[in-house]
Write a protein that binds this ligand. Sequence first.
Ligand code: 3DU
Length: 206
Amino acid sequence: MLALDFPSRDVRGILSELQSLAVGVKVGFPITLSLGFDGVREIIRDFPDYYWIADYKLADIPEVVQYILEGLKRVGFDASIIHLFTGHRRYDVGMELIGVVAMSHPEAKFFRGNFEKLLDEAELLGVDGIVVGATRPEMIREARRRLPNVRIFSPGVGAQGAEPGSAIAAGADFEIVGRSILGSENPRLEAMRVVEAQRGVIHGRS
Ligand code: 3DU
């Protein structure tokens, strides 16, 4: 999946080029600040085959989260990322929910002590997916054991150091890649490299 953070190039061109290589696109504040929600809505409308994830990492009281989720659904998103540490009620939005359990960046030290509790919260809330950083393969393995039916999304591949395919090898369902593709001279070629590494894992070649 592509993390479409920085609109350094022609966004539509990149989305067209990656259609056969990426199954989803994650959109957050960086690109929304430049395109606005109307711009994001138009892009989602023009590329309906991607699984569109709203990554605004929601962390608020349930009434506010419910209201925001309804708005994001109207923008056209298929799923939304929420923080789990705030605690939640069940939401009625017709949209998949993905809870943050363990972030990939080195500064994310608080996730280590709270990992088990956040997994408990993900289970209690019945989320469809969780985020576990690709740089933390031992946590991916543990999350896969604990929540066998929940999809695991792993950012941190490429720019943050995790090798393409490594999170999938540990049990993740999807790897999320941003800068190493967006910042590349040839995004399609870079995405092919990632997909080829993932295929290698799936076919047991690595
Ligand atoms: O490092 P990259 O450029 O490949 O981008 C990673 C993306 O994943 C980026 O959009 C960042 O916001 C997101 N992310 C998480 O959601 C959670 C993490 O633990 C790490 C990155």
